[in-house]
Structures are given as structure tokens and as C-alpha cells.
Design a protein around this ligand. Structure first.
Ligand SMILES: O=C(O)C(=O)C[C@]1(C(=O)O)C=C[C@@H](O)C=C1
Length: 386
């Protein structure tokens, strides 16, 4: 996309925080100003956005969009991951995307007074917690329409962070364009691949003659349209992104299902102590070496103890992707090997969960508990805008 530079500025304004998430107003609840603070040295890493070079601006037929495009902090990238700052008073929560992304809203729901830190990749969000730049990372893992976000399952395994909570966020998509643009002018719609998938049928029903292109995050798509003054391109993103980047909402609630929900997990360096005084979920990942009957045995360890599974996901076992079985007469069978991710409804403080895992361990070649954490029990409200 466009190029940015970082600058160290001193002194810096304090980052603003999320208001309490219990506010029920239908207008935007989250007004998180993001910056990565280094309070111990009195300097703040402020990431400023420069104007894009003229050749990126297109036809230079600029639409006035006022203050909404004043310089904003840029997402952290790998090169920002220097030694950790001291703790501030607010929890620092890393998310992938730019302000206005649903992941930022999820950070605000999980930690109402947090300083949300935008990161340009999921990997950077993990690393920012590992390097003490952030205290938590918030990560989308599955959506009710688009399914699992596989990359994050792989990253959960590659990194040693612990799942300490989950939030389920209703995702209400809007079609955004520069002010004054009509749907008929559009030739392209850009967004995060999950958002494009979640709006697939509605986009067709709207009768738009557009190509669909994937970018890193929904709010980043809105920012890209605004910064580059793209008159032929719309973005799928939140109403908050429209507000932040000075875009107009051409269509509201364009997700294919009004109950569209994304589940996010919160990650920390240390696990939380599991409890039994409220509903808990536990996430595990395992591998086995002896074919599909083992999977049946593993799952029955939960069934016999009346433990419900809420999710099962398989991913390629990257270190042993293929198991070769030679049969002298019939040739060579090549079976794919998998890692299985399972979420179950029990706390690791419960003996039935401990016993189930002890049994699972007998059948598996690898087992890791990713976390045991409180379930998101917020009431179901599919029509709410976020
Ligand atoms: O792009 C964003 O706004 C995100 O927060 C990412 C993401 C995702 O990865 O699924 C989160 C929620 C929505 O399902 C669409 C996109």
C-alpha cells in the first residue's frame, strides 16, 4: 500500500482510552487513540503518516474531507519491536489492523480502558506481547459466516502465549466510499478477505459491477480509499472507520447474515488460574500418529465425561505433513498428518477436565493446553452495530 515513516516526538500527548464498554449508545463507543508509549523515557513513539507521493494520488481531483485525515499513528511493524517500555496505568492491547478495525473494537470490548496498539501483521501482535511492548494481544480466530482464521491457529502453536479470554463481537459491515460517490461509479470493492466473504451475496444483490480485492484489514481498506482519493473504489469496513477516514456510508449492514459474529481470543505471557465459579472454556492442540481411530478415542475421552466440545479444527502437521504406508501388494499410501485444535466447555480446575486430558495424553504424540479461560457470556444481540 502507501509508504509511511516513523518519528520520535517528545513530549507526547497521553493516549486516550476506551470508555467503559457497558455504554449502550448506538453511536461509536470506542474512541481509542493509539500510540506506543515509552513513559519511562518521557518519549513516545509516534508513528506519523506522510502524504503519499503525488503519483499515488491518481487524478488529483481531491475531495475535501476535512480533519478526518490528519496524521494518525501507523501500525507497529517488525522493525518497531525494540526493547519493552515500562508499564503505564492502562493495559496495552495489540491488535492487527489500523484504528477502526473490528479487532480494535474487540480489544475495547475485552479491556474497556485499554490502550489499543495497532500492528501491521498478526505475527507482530504476538511478538509485541512476547517483548513486553504490549500486555495482551487480541486475535480473531473464527467467524460465523467465514469460518476459521487458519493463520491464527498456526501462530498460536508457533508462539508460546496463553489464551486468557475470549470475546464474541457482532460484526456489522458498511460499504464506504468518498463523499459524493454513487454506487454506479464503482469498479472495485476492497476489504479484508473475511469481510469480503461475509458480504459476498449482498454485494451481488446490490447489483454492483465490481471486482473484489483483498487487503490486510477492513479499516486499512477505508484508509486506502481516502488517502488515495479513489473515486472508483469502495471499502467494506465499520461505521467507525467511515467516521475516522471521512468516508460516506453507501450501504449499511451488508453482511450476509444479521447475526454475523467474530470470535476473538485474548493472549498473554502468563496463563490465568482456572476457576470453577463461572463457565470456562479450555483450548488444546494435539497430534497423534496412528490414524483416524485415535481421533475417535480422544474425542470419546470428553464424551464419556459429559464435556461438550465447542470447536474442532484440523491444520496440516507442518513438521510431519505426510505419513507413508507401504503395502507390498497395493503400493504406497500417503496419508496427510494433522494437528487438531479442540475447544471444550470445562475449566482445567475441574477433575473431569484433568482426567480427560490425562486420557488424551495416552493416545497422542503431542498435547498442549493453549489456555483455560472464562467464556464470553454477554447476551446475544445480533442487530447491534460495532
Ligand atoms: O479487518 C478487520 O477489521 C479485522 O479486525 C479482521 C477481521 C478478521 O480477521 O476476521 C475481524 C473481524 C471481521 O470478521 C473481519 C475481519
Amino acid at each position: 500500500m502507501q509508504s509511511f515513516t516513523h518519528s520520535l516526538v517528545k513530549p507526547a500527548p497521553p493516549p486516550s482510552t476506551y470508555p467503559n464498554a457497558t455504554t449502550t449508545s448506538s453511536t461509536r463507543r470506542h474512541h481509542c487513540q493509539i500510540s506506543s508509549s515509552r513513559r519511562h523515557s518521557n518519549t513516545t513513539l509516534v508513528v506519523s503518516q506522510q502524504q503519499p507521493p503525488a503519483d499515488h494520488i491518481g487524478d488529483l481531483n481531491l475531495v475535501p474531507i476535512g480533519d478526518s485525515l490528519k496524521p494518525r499513528p501507523k501500525p507497529l511493524s517488525i522493525t518497531d519491536l525494540a526493547p519493552a517500555p515500562m508499564h503505564g496505568s492502562n493495559l496495552r492491547v495489540a491488535y492487527q489492523g489500523v484504528p477502526g478495525a473490528y479487532s480494535e473494537a474487540a480489544a475495547g470490548k475485552a479491556y474497556p480502558n485499554c490502550d489499543a496498539i495497532p500492528c501491521d501483521q498478526f505475527e507482530v501482535a504476538f511478538q509485541s506481547v512476547e517483548l513486553w511492548i504490549a500486555d495482551r494481544a487480541v486475535l480473531p480466530v473464527e467467524n460465523s459466516l467465514g469460518g476459521s482464521i487458519h493463520r491464527n491457529y498456526d501462530l498460536l502453536l508457533r508462539h508460546k502465549l496463553h489464551i486468557v479470554g475470549e470475546v464474541q463481537l457482532p460484526v456489522h459491515h458498511c460499504l464506504l466510499a468518498l463523499p459524493g460517490i454513487q454506487k454506479e461509479y464503482l469498479t472495485r470493492v476492497i476489504s479484508h478477505p473475511q469481510a469480503l466473504a461475509q458480504c459476498e451475496h449482498t454485494l451481488t444483490k446490490l447489483g454492483l459491477n465490481v471486482t473484489r480485492e483483498a487487503v490486510d484489514d477492513t479499516a486499512g481498506a477505508a484508509e486506502f480509499v481516502a488517502i488515495n482519493n479513489l473515486r472508483d473504489t469502495a471499502a467494506i469496513a465499520s461505521a467507525r472507520a467511515a467516521e475516522l477516514y471521512g468516508l460516506e456510508i453507501l450501504a449499511n449492514g451488508i453482511q450476509d447474515d444479521s447475526g454475523n459474529i467474530t470470535r476473538f481470543v485474548m493472549l498473554a505471557r502468563e496463563p490465568i488460574v482456572p476457576r470453577i465459579d463461572r463457565p470456562f472454556k479450555t483450548s488444546i492442540v494435539f497430534a497423534h500418529e496412528k490414524g483416524t481411530s485415535v481421533l475417535f478415542k480422544v474425542l470419546s475421552a470428553f464424551a464419556f465425561r459429559n464435556i461438550s466440545l465447542t470447536k474442532i479444527e484440523s491444520r496440516p502437521h507442518r513438521s510431519h505433513p505426510i505419513r507413508v504406508v507401504d503395502d507390498a501388494d497395493g503400493g504406497t499410501a500417503k496419508h496427510f498428518e494433522y494437528l487438531f485444535y479442540v475447544d471444550f466447555e470445562a475449566s482445567m480446575a475441574e477433575p473431569r477436565a484433568q482426567n480427560a486430558l490425562a486420557e488424551v495424553q495416552e493416545f497422542t504424540s503431542f498435547l498442549r493446553v493453549l489456555g483455560s479461560y472464562p467464556m464470553d457470556m454477554t447476551p446475544w444481540s445480533p442487530s447491534r452495530e460495532d
